[in-house]
Design a protein around this ligand. Structure first.
Ligand SMILES: Cc1ncc(COP(=O)(O)O)c(C=O)c1O
Length: 367
């Protein structure tokens, strides 16, 4: 059978380290994966229960209320004027990312550009469609010679937590428009910033001049609202591009469940739970950063998102094995791109107590 057996999954990658950590005799502290561990807000779970009776199919693009709630959220955050017709509801953002090159009709002769250190699904989706993948160089102009059809951005990024600035995003959008390239900005972590002003989105008018041609934003409620198990996200932007794409998505049955869409309306309309989560992640980030720097590690970027990206000045294999022997599971950085092979990624999806304990175990091991 011609089924690809390549793994793009961090959980499979981590299975050896997990076994090693479990053999260490220490209580396992799992910072390997980015799955939220805090409860889904009650206003969301209550709405899900209330919407459970749904015998028919939901509208493929998403119920109007959820697309309108999304537009209102984007307007609150960035002053964006989106119309509900320019929004597509997705089954979490991963399915959108994995199927996009295929549904765009890209094939063997097409190139997909992805960040140098990247969430593996950008490459997985390109490979499923048979496309070639290229890492985007720091100077985007260097892509001129090879002209990718699709350019992925990820801000704030996984694994590094780096956010693209308004200036960087504006330059990239202008570059892509001049060349007719579609730029898709995966912003699934955009709400996980320190408390204060929001991170800049590709939807920000200062970036796109109030027009959405050639650009798409990808958002998700998985991390913003602790709804990873609900599987719901959104794509918005270029009306022509999304209208065409939506026809194929409907044909392929890529439709978020109706009760989940109703629950998402409540999540999108509420900011309080997001602001509380921002506070919580800021505290976790500060504690873990302190623990790592106390033993001489260097933390890079990591201002936003769900992770700390750090180096102990040795190979990712050595650091992740050393941590596994202390009962701590982390992701080796090389999994996200070859330039990450001296780093590890530590997820902030653990209690404050466990993150303090990580620092304590590292310090004790030094002595
Ligand atoms: C950068 C990035 N994009 C997208 C996703 C997919 O998230 P979801 O499908 O839960 O929206 C993840 C998940 O970890 C991610 O790290």
């Amino acid at each position: 059978m011609g089924v690809s057996s390549r793994t793009w999954s961090v959980s499979e990658l981590l299975s050896g380290l997990r076994d090693r950590a479990e053999r260490s005799g220490r209580r396992l502290i799992d910072l390997g994966q980015g799955a939220p561990v805090d409860p889904t807000p009650e206003l969301v779970t209550a709405e899900l229960a209330a919407a459970a009776d749904w015998p028919g199919y939901p509208p493929a693009q998403g119920i109007e209320e959820v697309r309108t709630a999304y537009c209102r959220w984007a307007a609150r955050r960035w002053g964006t004027h989106l119309s509900a017709t320019d929004v597509v509801t997705t089954v979490g953002s991963k399915e959108f990312i994995a199927t996009l090159p295929w549904l765009m009709g890209l094939s063997r002769s097409d190139l997909v550009a992805i960040p140098e250190l990247a969430y593996p699904t950008y490459a997985a989706g390109a490979h499923l469609a048979g496309c070639r993948v290229v890492a985007t160089p720091p100077d985007i102009g260097a892509l001129d010679a090879i002209r990718p059809r699709l350019l992925w951005l990820n801000t704030p990024g996984n694994p590094t937590g780096e956010s693209l600035t308004a200036v960087q995003l504006t330059e990239i959008v202008a570059w892509a428009r001049e060349r007719g390239i579609t730029v898709v900005s995966d912003e699934c972590y955009i709400e996980l910033t320190p408390p204060g002003p929001p991170a800049t989105s590709i939807l920000s008018p200062e970036v796109n001049g109030g027009r959405f041609d050639n650009l798409v934003a990808v958002h998700s409620l998985s991390k913003r609202s602790n709804m990873a198990g609900y599987r719901i996200g959104f794509a918005s932007g270029d009306p022509k591009f999304l209208a065409q794409l939506q026809q194929s998505r409907r044909d392929a049955g890529l439709i978020a469940a109706g009760p989940i869409q109703r629950a998402a309306v409540k999540a999108l309309a509420d900011d309080d739970h997001v602001f509380r989560l921002q506070q919580q992640y800021a505290e976790r980030r500060a504690v873990l950063r302190t623990g790592l720097t106390a033993v001489g590690w260097q933390v890079q970027h990591s201002e936003a998102g769900l992770f700390i990206w750090a180096t102990a000045g040795e190979s990712d294999a050595k650091t992740s094995a050393r941590l596994a022997d202390l009962g701590i599971l982390v992701a080796p950085g090389g999994f996200y791109g070859s330039t990450g092979d001296q780093h590890v990624r530590l997820s902030l999806t653990a209690s404050l107590t466990d993150l303090v304990e990580v620092g304590a175990r590292l310090l004790a091991a030094e002595q």
